[in-house]
Write a protein that binds this ligand. Structure first.
Ligand SMILES: C[S@@+](CC[C@H](N)C(=O)[O-])C[C@H]1O[C@@H](n2cnc3c(N)ncnc32)[C@H](O)[C@@H]1O
Length: 188
């Protein structure tokens, strides 16, 4: 079974209903495939490992990369940890904001898919992007039935990203609605 199929099967078997949509995963895989040698990838919110699997799938057969994925909930992290991950995937049980504050170095591709680092502390996630690094955020299209406060928070993320002068952004009506932002290099 592929890493991706195994991740969705693991999510279903464990009742985890927040995995990224396959359309989102396909974009992550394509962006991962374009990463430069020695690239570093960060996923905030591992869940059952669907996003991680799409990224790892896009990187195949490379081994020169690092993929850090962070999950705050130990029970959920334990589900993801049962995956048969390639050695370059490092799963961390950590809170996103703590990880962003303490982990050394920056990233070339970031999938911000948790409350921490997206709805709270989005600026810290953007700060972790290398120049020309790419940030992916999903669930940007409001869904009927979302609680009003959640809708407002997602809209706040959307507006903040589209207005961020450090980023070149595009909003995609793809999957759950995505914003892709590339960090501008320094002038000169
Ligand atoms: C939308 S799901 C992630 C789905 C996953 N990225 C995928 O592609 O399938 C969000 C996950 O983030 C985790 N989470 C929530 N707040 C977090 C935080 N502050 N730091 C790290 N993980 C967090 C949740 O426990 C949940 O498993």
């Amino acid at each position: 079974m592929s890493l991706v199929d195994a991740a969705y099967a693991r999510a279903a078997a464990n009742g985890f209903g927040q995995s990224c949509e396959p359309e989102v995963g396909r974009l992550l895989a394509a962006l991962a495939a374009a990463l430069p040698p020695g690239a570093r990838v960060l996923e905030i919110g591992t869940g059952a490992g669907a996003g991680t699997a799409w990224i790892a799938e896009g990187l195949r057969p490379r081994t020169d990369v690092t993929v850090d994925s962070i999950e705050a909930d130990p029970a959920v992290a334990a589900v993801a940890a049962t995956g048969d991950w390639p050695p370059f995937v490092r799963l961390h049980v950590a809170d996103a904001l703590e990880f962003l504050a303490t982990a050394p170095g920056g990233y070339d591709l970031v999938f911000a898919d948790a409350f921490g680092g997206k709805i709270e502390g989005l600026d810290r996630t953007v700060a972790k992007l290398h120049p020309r690094g790419t940030l992916v955020v999903d669930d940007m299209t409001p869904v009927e039935g979302w609680p009003e406060d959640f809708r407002a928070k997602q809209d706040g993320v959307r507006r903040a990203l589209l207005a961020d002068p450090q980023l070149v952004t595009v909003e995609l009506a793809h999957g759950s609605g995505m914003i892709v932002g590339v960090r501008r290099p320094p002038a000169g």
